[in-house]
Design a protein around this ligand. Structure first.
Ligand code: FES
Length: 496
């Protein structure tokens, strides 16, 4: 008998990107019922042979179970208390199901006895006895079929096991879903999944991460300074940064940002963790926020960095895109290029900014961010335009919604593709990721080479395009995309 799973859970079980399943839904290959897909459909579309290379399955049942066990071992387990609560809840559900089955069974047997008795009363009256006899036979055969041992639905078994190890959270009203693994809080897991949850301090003091539990149970992970009123407690309000999922499934009402306009401006004094060279003319600046004050931003956004006390007493500030993922809101990375017109960068290249120094961060700024939806992504970066593009790629990977990601990275300086190893690792690890690295000292000429590569690959016009780099690069490519027929609303630009 088929079981029904959400697309999110199905992707997790099969080990394929959610975007791929969503694409198959759009193509009519997967039919949904109430937003759920049947395990029969999944097993038809993903037979063992196809899955053995990258998914959870292997050729034989034994190997398949080994592969699944390996994937489970790789996951971090929740705390003993949370694990016990999830197992207890699952045990209760099983006991309920068993009790219902026993009652149904007793009911069917009683019904059969009653039919037998009526047939005996009918005696030689064939007109009354024959339908009763047929009914009894139907009941006996149906019972035998129901009690026969069938091969189990592996996806269903795996789903039950996964439910204990990693809880599934559904947000209302958005319908977004994410997994809570290990000892993560609801907030940490939601951010890791690329969701734009509302929050502030991340440590239980500001109250901005309040969510309402509408189904399932939560467990507190740490004491908090933010008191909840009696009314809030009665409504099921909890702090997402201080709770985890105690049941295998959880539904929360939560506030999520819809776009950059929903993220409040912030000002945080961070400290320098490291300033290290990535290439002769590019530095990695790693800033860390205080534990109690993290930066809430969207992938692709920028911030203004300020030094209150430069060596000559002058205030220095400059705006740079973040290269890191919003899921790590304490560790902020920037790729700073050497430029004659950038005094902040000159200060860094002169070695004047040491670990531990204070840097003010103001922002976030800009709308160079991913839209909701599951369109293929086309990302084109020139030189350190790779920074916001990297942030977008990491965010897209967390969301797991884009069916494909294509990166074009043009290098115009002697630093070349200073993160080529990272790009290679994405290419090797992800089926849906492809990268083309190009060199040309002239940004406009290089943009034309990117455009030629796009045309040669007959890229999907129904994609979201992100262009980041110097003015000539961005303008040339935006113009070309418009000529190709990509609607302007699908193109985002960031001029650096
Ligand atoms: S983020 Fe401040 S209390 Fe949770």
């Amino acid at each position: 008998m088929a079981h029904w799973l959400s697309i999110w859970r199905a992707a997790q079980l099969l080990g394929v990107p959610r975007g791929v399943l969503q694409q198959r839904v759009r193509a009519g290959e997967i039919e949904l019922s109430d937003g759920l897909v049947s395990t029969d459909t999944l097993l038809r579309l993903y037979p063992q042979a196809e899955l053995e290379s990258g998914g959870a399955f292997e050729r034989t049942a034994a190997l398949r179970e080994d592969a699944f066990a390996r994937r489970l071992r790789e996951r971090l387990l929740p705390s003993q208390e949370v694990l016990a609560q999830r197992l207890f809840r699952q045990g209760q559900e099983l006991a309920d199901t068993q009790r219902h089955l026993q009652r149904y069974h007793a009911l069917v047997l009683a019904l059969r006895d009653r039919i037998r008795a009526l047939r005996a009363q009918a005696g030689d009256d064939a007109g009354r006895a024959a339908p009763l006899q047929a009914l009894e036979r139907e009941l006996t055969e149906g019972l035998a079929r129901a009690l026969a041992t069938e091969s189990v639905d592996m996806l269903d078994v795996m789903d039950d096991v996964l439910k204990v190890v990693s809880a599934q959270v559904t947000l209302r009203p958005s319908g977004h879903q994410f997994t809570v693994e290990g000892r993560e809080t609801l907030l940490q897991s939601g951010l890791k999944a690329g969701l734009k949850l509302n929050y502030g301090c991340g440590n239980g003091s500001c109250g901005m991460c309040k969510v309402r539990v509408t189904a399932g149970e939560v467990a507190r992970t740490m004491p908090t300074d933010c008191p909840l009123t009696e009314a809030e407690r009665a409504q099921g309000i909890v702090l997402a940064c201080a709770h985890t999922a105690a049941s295998a499934e959880l539904t929360l009402e939560a506030l999520e940002a819809r776009g950059p306009g929903d993220i409040a401006p912030q000002e945080i004094v961070t400290s320098v963790r490291a300033v290290s060279p990535l290439a002769p003319d590019t530095l990695l600046l790693h800033l860390q926020t205080p534990r109690t004050h993290r930066l809430r931003f969207l992938a692709g956004q920028s911030v203004t960095l300020g030094l209150a006390q430069a060596a000559d007493g002058e205030d220095l500030h400059a705006t740079y895109p973040l290269a890191s993922c919003p899921c790590d809101d304490r560790n902020l990375h920037f790729y700073i290029p050497r430029r004659d017109d950038d005094a902040f960068a000159a200060h860094l290249f002169a070695g004047a900014l040491r670990p531990g120094a204070a840097v003010a961060v103001r922002g976030p700024l800009g709308d160079f961010v991913l839209d909701e939806g599951a369109r293929p992504l086309l990302l084109a970066a020139c030189d350190t335009g790779f920074a916001p593009v990297k942030s977008l790629i990491e965010h897209a990977m967390s969301l797991d919604a884009a069916p494909s990601i294509n990166l074009y990275w043009l290098a115009t300086r002697r630093d070349g593709h200073f993160m080529a190893r990272l790009v290679r690792s994405w290419t090797e690890a992800l089926d849906a990721f492809d990268a083309t690295l190009l060199d040309d000292p002239d940004p406009a000429q290089g943009a034309r080479a990117v455009a030629a590569a796009l045309r040669a690959e007959l890229f999907d016009l129904d994609c979201d395009c992100f262009l980041a780099g110097p003015p000539a690069f961005v303008a040339t490519l935006a113009e070309t995309l418009a000529r190709f027929g990509v609607p302007a609303r699908q193109v985002r630009s960031l001029v650096l």
